[in-house]
Write a protein that binds this ligand. Structure first.
Ligand code: AHG
Ligand code: MN
Ligand code: MN
Length: 314
């Protein structure tokens, strides 16, 4: 694997994938999603649904942004010729694309995570999980790639194909160019923590974890958007995000297939950890595309502390 900094900055995404000898069809999937985001950005920024880049939308149909984003991505993946099946947060079932699936890619995605935050002008994102072969209902450790696009003050794309985590930023030509290569989490106590869910519904173990984080000097940073909240932990190379088990929701809120697995893959690739509080997220065997699980994700040290607190106090 290239050493960090061995590639000139600002090389574009497609060239970077080619120069790192990435599989041609996997490159196709990653670049199709990257291209789709140009239309999603337009829809988010202007709310002009007619610019969604799909011919059958004339704008008069008031589509929710997440449904529109789903259509934009789905259409590109279907026509890519390299996708075997699709599972999206916006549809309740897995769509089979090609029965000749062994050598193709199975894709699970959340087309627009945090869509309700657009109305209050907070950052949102797209999350994608990619497997080789015919099925997405598999442990996250079998993913061959994961990526997210963060629609914030800047639009950035973070991906890994199992050889490090790399960040690209969108330039004025709407191209993604390399910004950070081989991002690595640093060890040490969390300086920030991102606690999802209502504190009054935390278990004693999670409450104790949050107390120890604060006692250690960690500051609360929570936007309510999974993608920006995870991105902050990754790009600061430190900290922890959690959406824990709650007294009224023992499995927490976030979905295994297209939220937890891709983020867990990326954070582990960056040298961090991702746990349900009782075990590794990537070892979960999903039973349905709607499976949820609690998550503690970020610096290894903080995730280990969470697991200790929960094993001692539930
Ligand atoms: P989505 O908009 O795809 O349903 O996901 C929203 C998720 C995630 O972005 C965030 O971490 C979580 O909802 C926040 O939940 P709370 O509003 O309960 O904090
Ligand atoms: Mn989501
Ligand atoms: Mn969503």
């Amino acid at each position: 694997m290239r050493q960090a900094g061995s590639t000139p900055l600002h090389v574009d995404l497609r060239r970077y994938l080619r120069e790192t000898d990435e599989d041609r069809d996997l490159t196709r999937v990653i670049c199709e999603v990257a291209d789709a985001t140009k239309y999603i950005i337009n829809a988010i920024r202007t709310g002009d649904l007619g610019m969604a880049g799909t011919s059958n939308l004339y704008g008069e149909e008031q589509l929710a942004l997440d449904v529109l984003s789903d259509r934009i991505i789905r259409k590109r993946l279907i026509h890519s010729g390299v996708v075997s099946c699709i599972a999206s947060e916006e549809s309740g079932e897995i769509q089979q694309i090609d029965p000749d699936c062994e050598q193709k890619y199975a894709v699970a995605y959340d087309p627009l995570d945090g869509s309700s935050l657009v109305d209050v002008n907070l950052a949102v994102g797209t999350i994608v999980s990619i497997y080789k072969g015919c099925d997405v209902l598999r442990p996250g450790r079998e993913q061959v790639a994961a990526m997210y696009i963060l629609y914030g003050p800047r639009t950035t794309l973070v991906y890994s194909t199992g050889r490090g985590v790399h960040e690209f930023a969108m330039n004025s030509l709407m191209e993604y160019t390399l910004n950070h290569e081989n991002i690595q989490m640093s060890n040490g106590a969390a300086k920030i923590y991102s606690p999802g869910g209502q504190r009054s519904k935390y278990s004693s173990g999670t409450e104790e974890f949050a107390r120890q984080l604060e006692a250690g000097g960690a500051k609360l940073r929570y936007s309510g958007g999974f993608v920006p909240d995870i991105n902050q932990v990754l790009m600061k190379r430190n900290g922890v995000f959690m959406y824990p088990h709650l007294k009224n929701a023992p499995d927490g809120k976030l979905r295994v297939l297209y939220e937890l697995n891709p983020m867990a893959f990326l954070i582990e690739q960056a040298g961090g950890a991702a746990s349900t509080g009782k075990g590794r997220i990537l070892d979960l065997q999903p039973r349905s595309i709607e499976d949820r699980a609690p998550i503690f994700i970020g610096s290894k040290e903080s995730v280990a502390l969470a697991e200790r607190c929960i094993s001692e106090a539930g």
